[in-house]
Design a protein around this ligand. Structure first.
Ligand code: BG6
Length: 482
């Protein structure tokens, strides 16, 4: 098989201008795209290819992605054609069929609302665009519940083999998230200390400064649990908790992740009050700038909905390795900083030999996923002194990924994911069972919140969420890292 045609649906959408085309341009400029790769941008609007190119460049510049030189852009647009198609009309993709070939791979990328997934697959099939070898890449959300995610997956299965379905969770494309696998499975001393005998608890925080970024119509009624926990935090939890896979094959990694999702203890109406805190931001100040409350965001249509923009969860993985080790998950919008980090808090020493009052702080491993990507480990050492023979101090070993390697920037997640989809490597994409099992757990949690009327607590934008989220961890004698 020679050559690949990448077909991007939703090519005039926000994601395309902010992430997809900038990633492709970067890959092209770095010489990483196959020479014979062709890209067809598909959207409803009528455009000539040239008008599409011009508009795209302006929108990419506005989105403030890495700048691209004129020569690199000219090279890139040689690959890029445009097709106007109204997805809902019969024979919408006739024009596309003529641009594909049975002797080349077709890679369909659906950057459209999920409500169009089924229509697009049906139209592609009806217009004979699926007769050659093909793969499909989908953006989240894959459904909004177990039932609806199954519907989406059933539809996909009618047209594509599971091995040709690439479900994106862009967190898996982040360099530091991949590094988590390497950290765990390429360092013997870390892996041998990675269980309930050594680890006291795990924290996963994904905090954002942004609000809902003009996406009211999508976000309201969805909230932070469905938007962030069901996918991104769940993936991070799986990568921290899973057993070593026997290889880097997609199936092998997915199998281990699914076991973790299935081992998550269900949170029900009895336990939800002690395990979940929901919040919603009110007006506040971030970095010295006043920011609006949730109901004053652009596009707000409904006052008074109880959509959570913050959630903290105390979760448990019921298996041998993690018995008794809580996983505290926390994610919110309009927080004081953008921080994605995983904290592995080790247990205190079983016996102290350095005397009363010595601060032999338990070790803490901090995996900073963004920004300031890197790993920190707190270690205890002797203070250099003749006066105090054995005075202890805590040091931090700091491994800063930005100072490492032969590249001048950390690549965007979409660059990695495009490369892998083009090369036919699905290991950083999410399998059907993982998604469905994750929805099963989240559905139960959502039902528990509804059954016991767990309301959202207001928090000021620019704070770390409702005070109850501090209590969630404080009452176990622990505290959030930030
Ligand atoms: C998306 C969510 O999946 O991830 C957004 O829909 C969120 O609400 C975004 O802002 C966060 O991604 P990142 O890469 O900026 O952490």
């Amino acid at each position: 098989m020679s050559g690949l045609d990448l077909v991007i649906f939703g090519a005039t959408g926000d994601l395309s201008a902010r992430k997809l085309f900038p990633a492709l341009c970067q890959l092209d400029a770095a010489g990483l795209l196959p020479d014979d790769l062709r890209i067809v941008a598909v959207a409803r609007q009528e455009h000539t290819p040239e008008a599409f190119h011009d508009e795209l460049r302006v929108r990419m510049a506005k989105a403030k992605r890495q700048s691209i030189s004129d020569s690199a852009w000219q090279k890139f647009v040689q690959r890029l054609t445009y097709l106007s198609a109204d997805f809902s009309t019969p024979e919408a993709f006739r024009g596309l069929q003529g641009r594909l070939s049975d002797t080349r791979i077709s890679l369909f990328y659906l950057a459209t609302p999920p409500s169009l997934f089924a229509t697009i697959c049906e139209q592609l099939s009806a217009d004979k665009c699926l007769s050659g070898p093909c793969r499909i890449v989908l953006e989240k959300p894959i459904g909004e519940s177990l039932t609806t995610s199954r519907e989406v997956n059933e539809t996909l299965a009618r047209f594509f083999e599971e091995r040709d379905i690439y479900r994106i969770d862009h967190y898996l494309g982040k360099e530091t998230v991949q590094n988590l696998l390497v950290l765990r499975f390429a360092n013997r001393f870390i892996n041998s200390q990675w269980d309930q005998s050594c680890i006291d608890h795990v924290q996963i925080t994904v905090a954002e400064q942004v609000g809902i970024e003009g996406r009211w119509a999508y976000y309201d009624g969805v909230g932070q649990l469905r938007d962030m926990v069901q996918n991104h935090l769940m993936q991070l939890l799986c990568l921290v908790a899973m057993e070593p896979p026997n290889s880097l094959e997609a199936e092998s990694i997915r199998d281990e992740k699914v076991k973790i999702v299935k081992a998550l203890r269900p949170i029900d109406a009895v336990t939800v009050k002690d395990h979940v805190v929901r919040g919603q931001y009110s007006q506040g100040v971030i970095d010295g700038q006043s920011v609006p409350g949730y109901f004053d965001e652009d596009g707000c249509e409904t006052q008074g909905s109880d959509t959570e923009t913050f959630i903290a969860i105390k979760a448990h993985v019921d298996n041998w390795r993690w018995s008794g080790v809580p996983f505290y998950l926390r994610t919110g919008k309009r927080m004081p900083d953008k921080v994605t980090e995983i904290i592995i808090q080790y247990k205190a020493l079983p016996h102290h030999i350095f005397g009363e009052g010595e601060s032999a702080e338990p070790n803490r491993l901090i995996i900073r996923l963004q920004p300031n990507e890197g790993i920190e480990m707190t270690m205890v050492s002797k203070r250099q002194s003749l006066r105090d023979k054995l005075s202890l101090q805590t040091h931090t070993l700091n491994f800063d990924f930005r100072e490492d390697g032969d590249i001048d920037r950390i690549p965007d997640a979409y660059e990695r994911l495009f490369l892998d989809a083009i090369n036919g490597d699905p290991s950083l994409f999410v399998g059907r069972e993982e998604i469905e099992e994750s929805w099963r757990w989240c559905d139960q949690l959502i039902a528990a919140c509804e059954d016991c009327g767990l309301k959202v607590n207001a928090y000021q934008a620019g704070s770390w969420g409702p005070s109850k989220s501090e209590l969630l961890i404080d009452r176990d004698g622990r505290s959030w890292n930030v």
